[in-house]
Ligand binder design. Structure first.
Ligand SMILES: Cc1cc2nc3c(=O)[nH]c(=O)nc-3n(C[C@H](O)[C@H](O)[C@H](O)COP(=O)(O)OP(=O)(O)OC[C@H]3O[C@@H](n4cnc5c(N)ncnc54)[C@H](O)[C@@H]3O)c2cc1C
Length: 531
């Protein structure tokens, strides 16, 4: 009874994706999830059961942007209840002067908005957007492919060179220079080259450094520009960003339903304490209650640090490997503050007759200077009071998330240290909640008095609740030295691990974090090829 072809540790969206493809290939799969709910960082949960029962929101990830169309189609997520509405505007910043600046799906409307600040910038904006999209198209195919195998030699090494070379056919000298700038340059320096208006630059800033480790003046911070132009959603539209009806949990509920229909068994409330191996080969898992389950194939959806430093017996890995894992950059830098309101948020400058799709989205983005200062403070364990707060009033288009007369507002906050220099997050939790509400109140003055319930999820709470080491939302920073054939570690980018039969499938592997399904898809296909 206790024997499966494969065990997937963790029911995050990548674990579910891997489980689905393996089951479709005929394997008997068991998914074990430590929480009482499947979905990992893509879940919809109650915010404050004491003060506002029945009001739910996407407690962690909150926008669907790069979910792969292939995964949506193969898992028939639409048939299993997934409904996404394209965000329009895709982005909108609220400015301290009591104005809002939206980035519409319609180019002419966006041009008009940007022209309020600079006609020249409005023209440049679209030329640049086109150039960036064309550059992003070179990277796109690598999303659902393993990264180059740098260890391959002989004929397979040659085939790898040809595979990668073909992808970059047509990349001329200027484009190579552009690509290098994006991957290595700072966002501020890049934008200074093209734009004169602070507001236009801040609109672009607002979309490009979420959850990333680095301030806008740091080398490598321009990279986000390309990532956000990768495609996603049902139609694989470049730069797609969507609101999910029912919250992000609707994605993983649909995935779990697809898995169940494919014969996968999913157990929640089942924490894996140890991944067992014998003579360097995966043999099964032991649950925290002591149960042992055998399988020769184990796929871990947990992040690399959790997998190798906590779940695998230290004797089974060599010390150099463990040292490299420990050195993966992860800490922080984000939190969530989820609020229940008894009034709708009224942002200064928002047209009163604006559609719900516009009213629901507003980013309170700092200046470049402040963003960098906040990042630097966080690096030193300090809590900068001027935070960057991204707000989504989710019940505006999805009233079922809230009870009668209530509204749910989810906010993503950065930059914060994982480990405060003084005190602990348990002591600073209320400070964070109060701070975020105060900042929102500067732009939407009615909000502070309208708060009737809240759930403040500090970086430490992200780790405790969602099982993500050091609260890192991407299972490892998105930075050049931790991407592509270096994710999670050089030499281990093909989802395999030093233990035969143990694979990784989560966001800590190529191509990285976000609700994309890509690591899960790639891991499953690598496993099937290896078999
Ligand atoms: C606050 C926050 C905001 C974000 N916002 C966005 C956003 O708006 N859009 C976007 O695209 N991405 C966003 N992200 C990133 C995105 O959610 C993640 O990168 C992605 O969900 C990771 O998916 P995963 O399946 O690889 O891992 P996870 O979702 O982390 O799932 C891993 C699962 O493994 C389980 N697990 C771990 N250890 C064990 C064990 N020992 N036994 C059993 N189970 C175990 C965990 O409980 C978890 O369920 C956000 C993330 C966070 C935290």
């Amino acid at each position: 009874m206790n024997r499966y072809d494969a065990i997937v540790v963790g029911a995050g969206h990548n674990g579910l994706t891997t489980a689905f493809y393996l089951a479709k290939a005929g394997l008997k799969i068991l998914v074990l999830e430590r929480r009482n709910i499947a979905g990992g960082c893509a879940v919809t949960e109650e915010i404050d059961s004491v003060n506002a029962p029945g009001c739910r929101v996407s407690t962690a990830s909150y926008m669907a942007s790069m979910l792969r169309p292939e995964v949506i189609r193969d898992m028939a997520l639409g048939r299993h209840g997934l409904k996404m509405i394209a965000a329009d505007p895709a982005l909108q910043i609220a400015l301290p002067e009591g104005e809002v600046l939206p980035w519409w799906g319609d180019d002419i409307r966006t041009h008009t908005e940007l022209s309020r600040f600079s006609r020249k910038d409005a023209d440049t904006f679209f030329k640049l957007d086109g150039d960036l999209k064309s550059l992003a198209r070179y990277l796109q195919p690598f999303f659902l492919e393993p990264p180059p195998d740098t260890e391959a030699t002989g004929l397979s090494g040659l085939l790898e060179v040809i595979r990668v070379g073909r992808r970059f056919r047509g990349l001329n000298g200027r484009k190579i220079a552009d690509l290098t700038t994006f991957l290595t340059g700072s966002l501020e320096q890049f934008l200074d080259r093209y734009f004169e208006s602070e507001e236009v630059k801040r609109l672009i800033l607002a979309n490009n450094l979420y959850g990333k480790h680095g301030g806008p003046r740091d080398a490598g911070s321009a990279m986000g520009l390309l990532f956000h132009l990768l495609s996603g959603g049902e139609d694989g539209k470049q730069g797609f960003s969507g609101h999910v009806i029912g919250g992000m949990g609707a994605i993983t509920r649909a995935m779990a339903a697809a898995c169940t229909a494919a014969g996968v068994e999913i157990r929640t409330g089942a924490e894996v304490e140890r991944i067992e191996s014998v003579n360097g080969k995966a043999a099964g898992v032991t649950l925290s209650g002591g149960d042992h389950i055998e399988a020769g194939l184990i796929v871990s959806n947990a992040d690399p640090k959790r997998t190798f430093l906590r779940l695998v017996d230290p004797d089974q890995l060599d010390t150099d490997f463990r040292r490299q894992v420990r050195a993966i950059h992860m800490d922080g830098p984000a939190a969530k503050v989820n609020l229940v309101l008894d009034d709708e948020p009224r942002v200064d400058g928002m047209p009163p007759d604006a559609p719900a799709l516009q009213k629901m989205l507003f980013t309170l983005v700092p200046t470049f200077e402040q963003a960098q200062r906040c990042y630097n403070a966080a690096q030193n364990g300090l809590l900068d009071p001027e935070l960057w707060v991204d707000c989504v009033w989710a019940s505006a288009i999805d009233p079922q998330l809230a009870t009668e007369g209530r509204h749910v507002l989810t906010t993503f906050v950065q930059y914060l240290p994982y480990q405060p220099a003084e005190g602990s997050w348990d002591e600073h939790r209320d400070w964070l909640g109060d701070r975020v509400i105060e900042i929102i109140g500067r732009y939407a003055p009615n909000v502070p008095a309208a708060v009737v319930g809240r759930d403040v999820i500090t970086p430490l709470d992200l780790e405790r609740r969602f099982g993500i080491t050091e609260g890192n939302i991407f299972h490892g920073d998105i930075r050049l030295d931790q991407l592509f054939f270096m994710r999670p570690l050089p030499g281990w980018a093909h989802y395999r691990t030093p233990i035969e039969g143990l694979y990784l499938c989560g966001a800590g592997t190529h191509p990285g974090g976000g609700v994309t399904g890509a690591p899960g898809y790639n891991a499953a296909h690598q496993i099937l090829r290896d078999r």
